[in-house]
Each structure stands twice: as structure tokens, then as C-alpha cells.
Design a protein. Structure first.
Lengths: 189, 425
């Protein structure tokens, strides 16, 4: 039993200035999402994964029909396409480079294809400098990601929070750790 | 002249965390040599040793004194010539007398070895629970009698500790202690980050930031009242960086409304919110001048992180820092003439002291990751957080440039120190 949901094409904002070309290149195609098909796929995955993957163990058979699990599966499938769920930033910077922009656009397309999903952007900073400034900086990093998603009319589905330097990925005190801790994480809900 | 000190410290907290370990880093050879004798005891009063011990530790920690005991209890008539030969300049003697089940008489006298004169003498009645307080209070009095300025002993610290529990989860706690890190009390524990503790001027409240609701919010805790927590109203956007007005009636906050981080003052009774900065950049880490007529704050409005002062009478904002590409989290000294701040020097973040009028900037430390500077209430010391061997510790530097002592947690990190005003009698 397949239920097919068609998404109407969303026309992009026509006035997105200098970044116009970049966005047009990846204009999302009108898409068809087969939600329950995915669930059935997952049920197979569960049987396989029960022996191996921690990620799928959460998808017990009882839960499989609940919408949250369906969402989770969609997100995991998206993650498996190799898209980045974490973007990194320069020291004291909130700028988003072209590589990161491309990743954000993949997320934008994904969100437009999956209209029940909401996104939380979690901004982080490295430990250098003061905690409260870093809290503000982390929020600005998440906001600059949200700004691009806003061009796709997704603002209302994107929540921004900042943990500043409080939740480092790596708890070391060197250049490598700092680089990995200056980040924005994508958390779908 | 007799005063009764009744300090009933009824802290309603069930959890007491480990005491921070105090390490004196440098003993100055020129430090003032003083002997603080154990007090003579009348009746069943074993606390006589404790008072002198607390006082000696206080004086040694200050970096200004080299305090020793006398190996025996010095009576009313010290042998001045003997102490002079040992190059001791002052002697403190005292008496502790039990006058009822829980009340003691404390007498103290400070004697100058060269003139053989009494420099300070006083007598108090003290409740049993006030023994530690009286030791700190007397330390302040003697410090004043010898140096002409107050000590910062009869005060408290607040700080955050971070530990890993048995499940490997991080646990944050808000702790308070006496100025010597003794008598620690856990005020709050959370699995989510807790930061920016700030004592209210009346020392009955601590404002802080918590992520318990998955976003940064400001709370006010009453550490001496059971389970009393006040959450500030829901602001449109995240709230952080609380700092008290000297009158204790309002707080400075950073609010991120529509993503724009600006400084606001929030009146606790009227709930009135006043916006104090409007720049599109980050404005945060604000605190008041001692008179409450100015605020100092961090801003990246110039493209660099620098410190600014806003005069609340003229509404003018002036840049305060001109040296270095990163200056942040400044606080006014108690006399309002200087700022302590985090200053980037090459790749290192250090504590610096800025003379506001002359713009002279002095780097006070030699570490890599210093933050959260805060003045002792007498302005003589700056406490700050730093990193030692990969873990967070607190350190104290005297304004004269000596890093004097360190406060280290044996079980985790300690950070974000905040020093209270003088306690009320």
C-alpha cells in the first residue's frame, strides 16, 4: 500500500543578489516522496541492523509505524547520501564558504521535500576567548546558516540555539580541536 | 565596645562538593613578616587554634604577608626583643573564652614589635557557627590596621565546577564558598551547562545562565533559602550574561531579539526592560561601574572584539581598548578607575589591566587560556579562570603583578569565579 504525496514546486525568491547563480544551479526539482515505501524499506533494515547497527536498533518493530520513526529514517537515509550534518567555521568567523553553502542547499532541498521535518541549528564556538562572547558567536554562526535556508522560505521551520564553547566535540586544547569545535550542527526534529 | 556576631549559616543544600585545593604560588621575599599566635583558650573552646589558622592562611594567600605561628601561645606580654631578632614586625595574639554552650568571647590584639604599641584591639561575642566568619572579619581588620586598606577576606566566592559522573556524563554545578575556598556548598547541579554566576550586591542572590530548557536563560537563585529559584520572564530570544546593578534592583542582560545581541537592563520589580545598545554586531558581557552611571561591554561592532564604555547619563559610547585585536569581558575595579579584561596577546588569552584615563594596558598573567576576570572587593586582587594541565582551575593575581594562589578541584574543572562584596555583620 503506497501513498504518494506530491510536493508542488516552490518558486525560489527571485532576488537573491550575488549568490543567485549558486542557488539556481541546485534548484530543487519537483519531487515525489513515497513515505510509506520508506517505512517498508526500513522494516527490512531493522531486521538486518538488529545485529549490527546501533542507529537502527532504536527502530524496533513496535515503533516503526509512528511518524517520528518515519522521520528519523528519512533523515538517516539523507545522512547516508554523504551530506554534511556539521559545518565548520573560521576563527571568530560566521562566514559560510562555497563548500558549506552547497551542503546547506542540500539540506534546503531535503527540507522542502520533507515538509513535516523541522530543523534545529546548534551553533558552537571553540574555547578561546570569553564564554559569553562565544555564546553570541555560536548563535551568529547558526543564524548565518539559517539565513541561507531563509532564501528557500524555510525560516519558520528552523530553530536556532547556541551552546557557545560549552559543548565541544573534542575536549583538547589545540588547533585541531578548536577547528572541529567551531561548528554548526543540523538536528532534525 | 562589644558586638555580638550571630552568623547562622543555614544553607539548605543536601549536596556538598569537594573543597578546592588552595596552592600558594609565590611567596614574596619582601612580604611583611607577621606572627599570628594560636589564641589562648579559657574553658572548653578548641576553636582557638582554628581562628589563628584561618587568619594565617588568609595573610599568606594575600601575597602581602608572610604569616607564621609561634609554636606556643603568646601571652599578653610578648618578648618583643626576641621577635625583633627574628625580623618579625607585628604580632597578633588573642583569647577565646567559652561563656555559654554556644557563645564565645573573642579578644584580639595586634602589636607592633618595634614600637611595642597596640595597633588594633577589639572584643566580640561570637556564636559557635560564626567562628569562621570572625576569623575572616578579624583578618580584614588587621590587614586594614597594617596596610591602611581593607582586606577581602570576609567575602564569598561563587564558581562553576564541571565533573564527569559514573555514567561518563558531564555534570555542572554552581558552588559557593568562603573567600578561602573553605566551607563549599553546592547550590545547583545540572547535566546541562551552567554559566556566568553573579552575586547580588546584598549577597542573598546569585544570577546565572542555565541551559536546562535547551536554550540559554537567566535565573536567580537564593542560596540561603530552600529551593527558591526565580526565572526571569520569557524574553523573545536567548538571554545571557547577567550582571547586577550596584543597587541590586536591576540586572544587565544580553538578549538576542531577532538574532541581534544587545545589552538591556531589566528592572526586577517593575519588570521593565530598557535597551542600552542597538548595534547590529554582538554586544554582550556588560557590567556596571561601581556608581552605576556607566556600563562596560564587549562588542565586535568595529569588526574586532573590543571593549566599550557607555555613559548612561550622556548615552555616549566610547571605545575603551586600543591595544590588541581581542579584548573582552571587562569589569570595573571597585574604585572605577581601571578595567580587568581578557586580552589576546599573540595566540594567548591573558588577563590585562587597563587604566581607563591613561589607556595604559598591563598584561597581568603569562598563561594561554585565561578568562572570566573579577576583582576582589578591595580591588587588590583579580580572580580568573585558566587552564592547567588540560583542566580548568581558578587563579588569583594581585594588582602588584604577583600571581598569588590557585584554586584547583581534585575531581574536575573549576571555572567562572565571581567574588562577593563584604558580607553583612
Amino acid at each position: 500500500m503506497l501513498k504518494i504525496i506530491s510536493l508542488t514546486t516552490i518558486v525560489l525568491l527571485s532576488s537573491c543578489s550575488s549568490m543567485d547563480s549558486l542557488y539556481k544551479k541546485v534548484l530543487p526539482k519537483p519531487s515525489v516522496v513515497i513515505i510509506e515505501d520508506r517505512i517498508e524499506n526500513t522494516q527490512e533494515n531493522v531486521i538486518e541492523a538488529d545485529q549490527s547497527s546501533f542507529q537502527s536498533q532504536r527502530l524496533s518493530k513496535n515503533d516503526v509505524n509512528t511518524p517520528n520513526i518515519a522521520k528519523l529514517v528519512v533523515v538517516e537515509d539523507f545522512r547516508n547520501t554523504g551530506v554534511s550534518f556539521v559545518l565548520y567555521f573560521p576563527y571568530d568567523g560566521t562566514e559560510i564558504d562555497e563548500t558549506s553553502t552547497k551542503q546547506i542547499i542540500k539540506h534546503a532541498n531535503f527540507m522542502r521535500n520533507n515538509t513535516t521535518l523541522n530543523l534545529r541549528l546548534e551553533g558552537h564556538a571553540d574555547e578561546r576567548g570569553t564564554r559569553e562572547y562565544n555564546l553570541a558567536l555560536g548563535e551568529n554562526r547558526a543564524l548565518s546558516v539559517k539565513e541561507i535556508l531563509g532564501l528557500y522560505d524555510l525560516s519558520s521551520r528552523v530553530e536556532v540555539i547556541s551552546f557557545g564553547e560549552e559543548k565541544p566535540t573534542l575536549q583538547k586544547h589545540d588547533e585541531d580541536a578548536w577547528q572541529k569545535n567551531r561548528r554548526v550542527e543540523f538536528v532534525y526534529q | 565596645m562589644k558586638q555580638l556576631f550571630v552568623f547562622v549559616l543555614s544553607l539548605y543544600t543536601s549536596l556538598t562538593w569537594a573543597v578546592l585545593e588552595v596552592t600558594i604560588l609565590k611567596q614574596d621575599e619582601d612580604a611583611f613578616p607577621i606572627v599570628i599566635s594560636d589564641f589562648s583558650i579559657i574553658g572548653d573552646a578548641s576553636q582557638g587554634k582554628e581562628i589563628a589558622h584561618i587568619m594565617r592562611d588568609n595573610f599568606n594567600r594575600s601575597g602581602e604577608f608572610n604569616a607564621s605561628s609561634a609554636n606556643y601561645v603568646i601571652s599578653n606580654e610578648p618578648n618583643f626583643d626576641k621577635w625583633k631578632a627574628k625580623k618579625i614586625e607585628a604580632i597578633v595574639i588573642g583569647k577565646l573564652e567559652k561563656i555559654s554552650k554556644k557563645v564565645f568571647n573573642v579578644e584580639i590584639e595586634l602589636l607592633d614589635v618595634y614600637s611595642k604599641k597596640t595597633l588594633y584591639k577589639d572584643k566580640f561575642a561570637v556564636h559557635n557557627s560564626g567562628i569562621r566568619r570572625i576569623a575572616h572579619y578579624l583578618s580584614d581588620q588587621i590587614y586594614h590596621a597594617l596596610l591602611g586598606e581593607k582586606g577581602s577576606f570576609d567575602t564569598r566566592l561563587a564558581y562553576i565546577t564541571v565533573t564527569n559522573n559514573d555514567k561518563g556524563e558531564r555534570e555542572y554545578s554552581l558552588e559557593i564558598s568562603d573567600s578561602d575556598a573553605q566551607n563549599p556548598q553546592t547550590i545547583l547541579k545540572s547535566k546541562e551547562p551552567v554559566l556566568s554566576p553573579a552575586w547580588s550586591p546584598d549577597q542573598n542572590r546569585i544570577a546565572y545562565v542555565s541551559f536546562r530548557n535547551a536554550r540559554s536563560e537567566v535565573f536567580i537563585q537564593y542560596p540561603f533559602v530552600r529551593r527558591k529559584t526565580q526565572k526571569l520572564p520569557y524574553f523573545d530570544g536567548i538571554a545571557s550574561a547577567p550582571s547586577w546593578h550596584p543597587n541590586g534592583k536591576s540586572l544587565l542582560l544580553t538578549l538576542s531579539k531577532n538574532g541581534n545581541k544587545d545589552i538591556y537592563s531589566y528592572q526586577l520589580t517593575s519588570k521593565k526592560l530598557t535597551r542600552l545598545t542597538t548595534d547590529v554586531g554582538i554586544d554582550t558581557e556588560a557590567s556596571y561601574s561601581p556608581e552605576g552611571d556607566k556600563i562596560v561591554f564587549t562588542s565586535n561592532r568595529s569588526g574586532q572584539v573590543q571593549v566599550y564604555i557607555k555613559d548612561l547619563k550622556t548615552n555616549k559610547i566610547n571605545k575603551a581598548t586600543f591595544k590588541g585585536r581581542y579584548n573582552a569581558k571587562a569589569v570595573f575595579s571597585p574604585d572605577g578607575k581601571s578595567l580587568a579584561m581578557v586580552h589576546r596577546e599573540g595566540k594567548d588569552y591573558r588577563i590585562a589591566l587597563l587604566d581607563i584615563a591613561t589607556k595604559d594596558l598591563i598584561i597581568m598573567t603569562n598563561n594561554q587560556l585565561d578568562e572570566s576576570p573579577f576583582f576582589s572587593p578591595n580591588g587588590g586582587m583579580i580572580i580568573f579562570a585558566t587552564n592547567k594541565g588540560g583542566s580548568g582551575v581558578l587563579s588569583v593575581v594581585s594588582i602588584l603583578g604577583r600571581q598569588t594562589f590557585e584554586l584547583v578541584s581534585k575531581v574536575g574543572e573549576v571555572r567562572e569565579p565571581n567574588w562577593s562584596h563584604y558580607l553583612k555583620k
